[in-house]
Ligand binder design. Structure first.
Ligand code: A3P
Length: 304
């Protein structure tokens, strides 16, 4: 059981908008409605790609793979995904200067994605990760960003996210994923491509080939193999530490050094770390919450 501290716990700072709980990124703190409307009304290009994920689902990983595929080259981007992070960049018009095809990314729910992109039948890549590993990853992310007080323990964090009143943070996962599933089921939204974190981890080459096909890019098997290797956890973590410009990350986490949070984001990159965090009782409680929340949904998550 991997608990961090002795139970001191402070709920994280959040922004609430349209029934969602969001991280307190500066543009959202300033005027969340304005930024959401700017996003929904964003002028899109036919070849834009939107990576849409619930936080901690493997966004950075899939973003890097998508960037390599769009270039048909196994070359790391100098930027981190934060430079095209729609709800967090200081000014949304910054994306106007980015050459096509633009790998945009966001954590906002389906209903707030750029309208024009959906009307264009634009490409949307959605990453689904099992919610127990998302919860563990979120806990470490918030703890590393000094957002949960000193020495927060996972048990208290878990009680917080499972509480019906205060647990909006994780409650957002259920709503987010149900909304995506519904959008996928809708014929007019057939442009959504879902990749499961666990499948990508277990079969990277097969999943990267599926992604390449979806993106209509012609990449040789040898290039796919190098992309899979360069984006494996260890190598991507190393590239992130040595090659990336983290200045865009620093603006999002005012309480810690940019480098610190950017480096810690590549934490374990495994399937099933939840087993090192959840007690049997916590796990049963989580399963009961999952079954209740997802009783009308066909989403199948992979816990191992
Ligand atoms: P852990 O905290 O479980 O390690 P996001 O990019 O959406 O914030 O997600 C972060 C999670 O993705 C972290 O999970 C991180 O370690 C994991 N991750 C990043 N790169 C990865 C890779 N190449 N392979 C597997 N997992 C990766």
């Amino acid at each position: 059981m991997e608990n961090k501290g002795d139970g001191d716990f402070k709920p994280p700072a959040i922004t609430e908008f349209d029934g969602m709980v969001l991280p307190p990124f500066p543009p959202l703190l300033e005027d969340a409605k304005k930024r959401f409307e700017e996003m929904r009304n964003l002028e899109c290009r036919k070849d834009d790609v939107i990576l849409a994920t619930y936080p901690k689902s493997g966004t950075h990983w899939v973003w890097e793979i998508v960037c390599m595929l769009l270039k048909s080259k196994a070359e790391y981007s100098k930027e981190t995904k934060e430079f095209l992070f729609l709800e967090a960049i200081p000014d949304i018009s910054l994306v106007d200067n980015i050459p096509s095809p633009r790998p945009l990314n966001t954590h906002v729910p389906y209903r707030w994605l750029p309208k024009q992109h959906i009307e264009n039948g634009g490409k949307i890549i959605h990453v689904l990760r099992n919610p127990k590993d998302v919860a563990v990853s979120l806990y470490h992310h918030l703890a590393n960003a000094n957002e949960l007080g000193e020495d927060p323990d996972f048990k208290t964090f878990c009680e917080y996210i499972m509480d019906k009143e205060s647990g909006k943070v994780m409650g957002g996962w259920f709503a987010y994923e149900k909304e995506f599933k519904q959008a996928e089921a809708n014929d007019t939204c057939s442009a959504i491509f879902t990749v499961q974190y666990e499948s990508l981890k277990k079969n990277p080459i097969q999943e990267i080939k599926r992604l390449a096909k979806y993106l209509d890019v012609d990449v040789k098997d040898e290039v796919v193999a190098v992309i899979a290797d360069k984006c494996s956890f260890k190598k991507l973590k190393e590239a992130n530490a040595t090659l990336k410009d983290h200045s865009n990350v620093s603006k999002l986490h005012p309480k810690v050094e940019a480098e610190q949070i950017a480096l810690k984001l590549y934490r374990k990159g495994e399937i099933g770390d939840w087993k090192n965090h959840f007690t049997v009782a916590m796990n049963e409680q989580f399963d009961a919450m999952f079954n209740e929340e997802m009783k009308d949904s066909k989403i199948q998550v992979l816990y191992e």
